[in-house]
Design a protein around this ligand. Structure first.
Ligand code: NDP
Length: 478
């Protein structure tokens, strides 16, 4: 793979010099990233998302704030003429300077930690991979270096949060919940500012011009991004920063703030709130523990940085991935012991499958098959692929362990975990189930997108692999 990508990069570099931004037919065969051309269907989807996504987020948060988390009630009232969009809008808390100060302090603090605090955790935890790490090879043949310090930033941030809640009392632990809608304005401002900056930067001063992709359609370029790895200076990497912090570091803090609010309102914390905090906390910690591995996932290896990642990480992720905790502030569901135990088991088994599957592929690829999976030498399918310069290269597709059960069993584990967070909220409302619906669409789409790419990359070898492991997510079903 490495030599193939290097050759592809060399070819690409030459062609960019000759042809300018990629529009020639040979370039379309490249295996990286988003599309080179946009069909009408995609374009309509892109424009709709750009116009409506902020209102979708607003709708969910507003539904909790004004309608006790009922997603249908506002629609019913609108339909029956009992309320109007303007009334709903007027009732919602608006932008406030105090929220802006909180958010500015938060983002600045995360930038400071990301840029200025070198990782020391890896010196104390030998199994943890941190410090300076190389990413995957880019289409232009670069391997970017990253300072992997997410775990440390997460630990520092949470240590300060607990120190404040317990001893310092500089601010209330409910601060996030109390400013949730005013903060939505601030996150949107940052999300759009970052995406617009990244868009203009790609034209004016791209970090690496040879890794830029232009489709000729301004909306698609804005949404899906032009630059592959935009950076400021040597270390400030937009993709790693915005995806991990402020979004994912904030995830667990947001949940803690909901928990504090529940206690303030009802005098106790429900077992469902504890479950959501624990299960999502494990998922977030796993992300930071494996941040170096994350450099090799589709987000970093294939996606360009545009509104999809910039706005998505600033707004969509912190607001919609945390809906369960928000719901539980309004509905402090107390689960029976059996129900709680069933959810805990579902969440932990899902997490185990998610992590083990990802680990098996990582281990297999790192050791080039010289490893043991489920106590045996792994079985695999030898495959070959041709890079655009005509060179033939070899690769291996694992068929042992979870990769022999289904072709994307890591997604299945992720979905089981997602379902557990939602089911912790009981069955009173649909709102907390948005996450599992969204994740199912996201991962099924991702699965199809990835398989399309793999099929064009490996051809008949992929077919052999698909015959050996016939199901994508659920054996016997899909
Ligand atoms: P994967 O880690 O599954 O990577 C897919 C790639 O792995 C393929 O393109 C192919 O690349 C290679 N591959 C496929 N089959 C095999 C095989 N049998 N043996 C060896 N290599 C194989 O995909 P993602 O990066 O999408 O996902 C990583 C994790 O992140 C998942 O667990 C997912 O659930 C999670 N995720 C979570 C999200 C969230 O919002 N919570 C969003 C997205 C992902 P190659 O060209 O190298 O052969």
């Amino acid at each position: 793979m490495t030599s193939a990508e290097t050759m592809e990069a060399t070819r690409r570099r030459t062609q960019h010099r000759v042809n300018g931004a990629g529009s020639d037919p040979v370039e379309k065969s490249a295996q990286w990233g988003r599309a080179w051309e946009v069909d009408w269907f995609s374009l309509i989807g892109v424009i709709s998302l750009l116009c409506f996504a902020p209102f979708i987020v607003f709708y969910f948060v507003m539904a909790c704030d004004q309608y006790q988390c009922s997603v249908t009630q506002p629609l019913v009232e609108l339909y029956q003429g009992e309320t109007t969009f303007l009334t709903i809008w007027a009732r919602a808390p608006s932008f406030s300077w105090s929220a802006a100060k909180i958010y500015a302090a938060w983002v600045s603090f995360q930038v400071f930690l990301y840029v200025c605090v070198p990782d020391v955790v890896h010196k104390f935890l030998p199994r943890y991979v941190g410090g300076v790490q190389g990413g995957a090879l880019t289409p232009a043949g670069l391997i970017n270096k990253y300072e992997i310090n997410g775990l440390q930033c997460w630990l520092i941030t949470h240590a300060l949060w607990f120190a404040n809640a317990r001893y310092l009392h500089w601010f209330s632990p409910t601060i996030i919940f109390d400013n949730w809608i005013p903060l939505l304005w601030c996150t949107n401002i940052l999300g759009y500012a970052v995406s617009s900056f990244a868009f203009m930067k790609a034209y004016l001063f791209p970090t690496n011009p040879e890794d830029c992709k232009f489709t000729g359609n301004v909306f698609y370029n804005y949404m899906m991004g032009i630059e592959f790895n935009p950076r400021i200076g040597k270390w400030f990497d937009f993709k790693l920063f915005f995806n991990g912090r402020p979004g994912i570091v904030a995830w667990t803090l947001i949940n803690l703030s909901y928990m504090a609010k529940q206690e303030e309102l009802y005098g106790h914390i429900s077992n469902s709130m504890i479950l959501v905090n624990v299960l999502q906390g494990i998922y977030v910690l796993d992300f930071f523990w494996n941040e170096a591995w994350y450099l090799k996932t589709i987000d970093i290896c294939h996606d360009h940085f545009g509104w999809y990642l910039g706005w998505g990480d600033c707004v969509w992720l912190p607001y919609l991935y945390t809906l369960q905790g928000l719901y539980l502030v309004y509905h402090p569901v107390q689960l029976s012991d059996t129900h709680a135990l069933a959810i805990l088991v579902l969440g932990l088994v899902g997490y185990y499958i998610f992590r083990s599957t990802n680990h098996q592929k990582d281990l297999f690829r790192r050791t080039e098959g010289s490893c043991s999976i489920w106590g045996r030498k792994p079985s695999f399918i030898e495959c070959s692929y041709r890079s655009a310069d005509g060179g033939v290269h070899r690769s291996k597709l694992l068929t042992s362990g979870f990769w022999g059960v289904a072709r994307h069993f890591n997604y299945t584990g992720d979905l089981m975990g997602s379902l557990a967070y939602c089911a912790a909220c009981g069955f009173g409302h649909i709102l907390p189930y948005f996450y599992i619906i969204y994740m199912t669409i996201l991962l099924v789409h991702r699965c199809v997108r990835d398989e399309h790419r793999c099929s064009s990359k490996y051809g008949k070898d992929w077919k052999r692999y698909a015959d050996t492991v016939p199901y994508r997510l659920i054996p016997g079903l899909f």
